[in-house]
Ligand binder design. Sequence first.
Ligand SMILES: Cc1cc2nc3c(=O)[nH]c(=O)nc-3n(C[C@H](O)[C@H](O)[C@H](O)COP(=O)(O)OP(=O)(O)OC[C@H]3O[C@@H](n4cnc5c(N)ncnc54)[C@H](O)[C@@H]3O)c2cc1C
Length: 475
Amino acid sequence: MYIMNKDVLILGGGPAGMASAFELHKANKSFDLIEKNTKIGGLAKTFQYGEFRTDIGPHRFFSQNQYLYDLIEDLIGKRWIKVNRLTRFYINNKFYNYPIELKTALYNVGIYKAFRIISDYLYEKSKKIFIKKPPSSFEEQIVSDFGRTLAELNMLNYTEKVWGLPCSQISNDWSKQRIKGLSIRAIVKKIILKSRSQPKTLVDQFYYPDTGTALIYEKIKEKISSGNKGAVKTKSSPVKINHSKDKITGVVVESNGKKTTYKSKNIISSIPITEVIALMQPKAPGAVLKAAKKLKFRSHVFLFITLNKESVFPDQWLYFPDREIPFGRIMEPKNFSKKLCPPKKTSMLIEFFCWENDNVWNMSKEGLFDLSIGPLEKAGFIKKKDVIDIYVHREKYAYVVYDLDYKKNLKKVKDYLKKFKNLQLIGRAGSFRYNNQDHALEMGILAARSILENKKYDIDEVGSEGKYFERGYVK
Ligand SMILES: Cc1cc2nc3c(=O)[nH]c(=O)nc-3n(C[C@H](O)[C@H](O)[C@H](O)COP(=O)(O)OP(=O)(O)OC[C@H]3O[C@@H](n4cnc5c(N)ncnc54)[C@H](O)[C@@H]3O)c2cc1C
């Protein structure tokens, strides 16, 4: 068994872990970053299939933190391109703008349903005057904000597809983070004023690295390799986390069959929190193990199709809330950056949300293709003869599931792990928070700074302001 005495050990090479590594690299601190895959970037990695490239799903960067924009611009310069956003819902053979616009919705659904949308919305608004009970689930919140008919048109069935749970069993925390309430005043103002004179918000435009979102993390890796104090080690995983009293005393890492014990003073972990619990030696108490088992992750399977065709649709991605359509979202990478496919060709990435080991998870790429081609041909997007090739990829820990009990279970797990003074938990699966890249990066930076400045930053506070993530202006 080898012994390693690097100052810091980072677990996981996604955005959060790479951000910690970059911060430590800039301060010339010694560290190793351990990543189980051959690729870094985590859920924000980019694949190359022949002349085609794709992320694992649409990756639009947005943040309220100017520091992050500057950091990425310094890393990738002119390759940080601005994209005009177009993303829509495809419901019952019609397109609806995203975020859903009342005007288009009323026009598309016909008179009867339009009347229902308005009357349900007004009913919910007037109900709030008399009933002050706060909504206890995602369903109650959304119905109360939008009215039942509009909520069912897109939000409830799409959310159920993504989470695999009825919306009545999804925590309201999800809507606090992601869904902006509907304001009739704001809609009327928008229709009357038209938004031309207003600055563009991140809803209209976003930044994107020209060869895929992983470019950010590949550049960080390059910078780290140019130094001599830090290293990114792929195809490596922790197999045991030893602890005593209030400290992690050693982490055993396996890499190519070789075991090394890291005696690092500080550990930053962005691997799934449930895996950290399972690796603890001595074992975590029974109640903690039980709570950790109840924390669920939703998995993601993509079917990538390369096409002998110039374009499928103008959108970066489309949402498919209809229950009878088996997939949830389709992305066309070319509409993020032309560099993601060869001239005169395009590709599409079809996203399925599933549980690990369910039918979809276990399905072959041919099976997924057979499931998808019917709805795709019916919508007029592609024909079977356009297809060049198909590829499949699976991610087990794609989404943390905010069910009604997650907070209680997470608290048990976190209270136990908080005891260890030299362990910091960051990132999406690492802290069990529905993070996007910006908050994963912020967490990673703060964890490194806590070590460098010997100061405790409250990482759990990152992104907890409950603000709608998409606000903010493009500079
Ligand atoms: C379909 C989809 C679409 C998304 N769209 C957007 C978007 O539009 N905009 C946006 O900003 N964000 C988006 N995200 C979210 C973004 O990808 C994540 O927020 C971000 O990748 C989280 O970074 P992380 O480092 O916390 O975790 P991860 O990216 O999950 O990285 C964790 C890393 O740890 C590694 N690891 C796990 N277990 C072990 C182990 N035992 N040993 C060693 N290594 C291990 C993993 O391989 C991985 O590399 C999307 C995510 C998905 C799934």
